[in-house]
Design a protein around this ligand. Structure first.
Ligand SMILES: [Fe+2]
Length: 387
């Protein structure tokens, strides 16, 4: 069996790590970077800290493109590309959540390939080079996009999402600055944290799992259990924010190499049909998806129990069930503290949505890497218990 494993991203993490950014750019001869971000980040004062870092280093303030919607689109990327070319930029900095980082990845593809036609680049492994220096600065702790080689862009004209996967999409550098996440609202903190947890667990139990990704997943699970409640209850605590950023990035490294599974298949499908944010959709299907894996992933769940509880004795089956009980109780507490929805009905689900969600889930790429096969029955059951 051949195992592939790659983590090409340099990570700079910790309080005030953002102040290292201008130095790192200068080191690489970058003269005119463009910062991709969104209006929410600018108005929340998050960009101000980045600006301060550039000012203090006396690095010319980068060009800023902030016209990126919560669900990024082909038009946003094209606009950013036009600006990048007309201003002769030489590096890309993404400051934001998944949508902003995906926009930056798409922009980098266009620059590298010299085309503004994203459709010709869609799919897997269609790039031949990475192009300009690319830094991702996440402002949420969940997507893992700062270390992953995937991006999804919404095409309004066809109403569909275009997906890209390539090792050349992985950012060259990620800056994990806790100060940038302290103003993240409780619900978003909870949703993104559950996304990170599902990355870690699904990567651990999937068919592409290996010892290297398992080490990352295991520690990420522990960090999330130890810190997510604190990040929701006291978002200003930079220590727990930092731990969540690190956990999310480690889970991102794990799933970039070992992929996700049926929780994500259902979450992608329900997200598209009901127009719900990714982290919320993942939190809805997390428990039902893990339960479907219980028979085949007993050994893995039993191992993961050690990340969250060391004093439980019992055989493998008991330990696996105990792990799922702990995930269930954790999810319940996260929901209670953050008002994260607890079921599909709260999100506008109606029985007529079932057919489409099942259909989309069965064709979703994530299920390819699942230990348990995603059949129509499995998908329906997951919806049924997630209402
Ligand atoms: Fe995810």
């Amino acid at each position: 069996m051949t195992v592939e494993f790659s983590i090409p991203t340099k990570i700079i993490a910790g309080s005030d790590s953002i102040f290292r950014l201008p130095y790192e750019l200068e080191l690489r001869g970058v003269k005119k970077p463009i910062v991709l971000t969104d209006e929410g980040i600018v108005s929340a004062g998050i960009f101000a800290l980045v600006k301060q870092a550039f000012d203090e280093y006396k690095f010319k303030l980068p060009l800023v493109f902030s016209d990126i919607p919560p669900e990024t689109s082909v038009n946003s990327v094209k606009e950013a590309y036009r600006l990048f070319i007309s201003e002769n930029c030489d590096a890309i900095i993404a400051l934001g959540g998944g949508s902003v980082i995906d926009t930056a990845k798409a922009l980098r593809m266009m620059v590298a390939e010299g085309t503004d036609d994203l459709f010709v680049l869609s799919g897997a492994d269609n790039l031949r080079s990475g192009g300009v220096f690319f830094v991702a600065i996440p402002t949420t702790a969940g997507t893992g996009s700062e270390v992953s080689g995937v991006a999804v862009i919404f095409d309004r004209s066809s109403g569909s999402k275009i997906a890209f996967a390539s090792e050349f999409l992985v950012p060259n550098m990620a800056v994990l600055e806790p100060e940038l996440t302290v103003s993240l609202p409780k619900k978003l903190t909870a949703a993104s944290g559950m996304d990170a947890l599902s990355h870690a667990i699904e990567a651990y139990i999937g068919i592409q799992s290996n010892e290297m990704s398992k080490a990352l997943s295991f520690r990420a699970v522990k960090l999330i259990f130890d810190n997510l409640i604190g990040a929701i209850e006291n978002g200003k605590d930079k220590r727990v924010r930092f731990n969540m950023l690190v956990a999310s990035t480690m889970a991102g490294m794990a799933f970039s190499n070992s992929m996700v599974g049926i929780v994500h298949s259902l979450a992608h499908a329900a997200g598209a049909v009901l127009h719900i944010p990714h982290g919320v959709a993942v939190s809805i299907f997390l428990l039902s998806g893990l339960k479907e894996n219980l028979d085949r992933a007993k050994g893995d769940f039993s191992e993961l129990l050690n990340a969250v509880r060391c004093d439980f004795l019992g055989n493998e089956s008991d330990r696996a069930e105990e792990f799922l009980n702990i995930v269930r109780d954790f999810l319940r507490e996260v929901r209670r503290l953050s008002n994260l929805p607890s079921g599909l009905l709260e999100l506008g689900y109606r029985p007529e949505h079932e057919k489409k969600i099942v259909e989309l889930a069965l064709t979703d790429g994530s299920s390819v890497f699942s230990r348990v096969e995603l059949t129509e029955d499995v998908a329906r059951r997951m919806i049924e218990v997630s209402l």
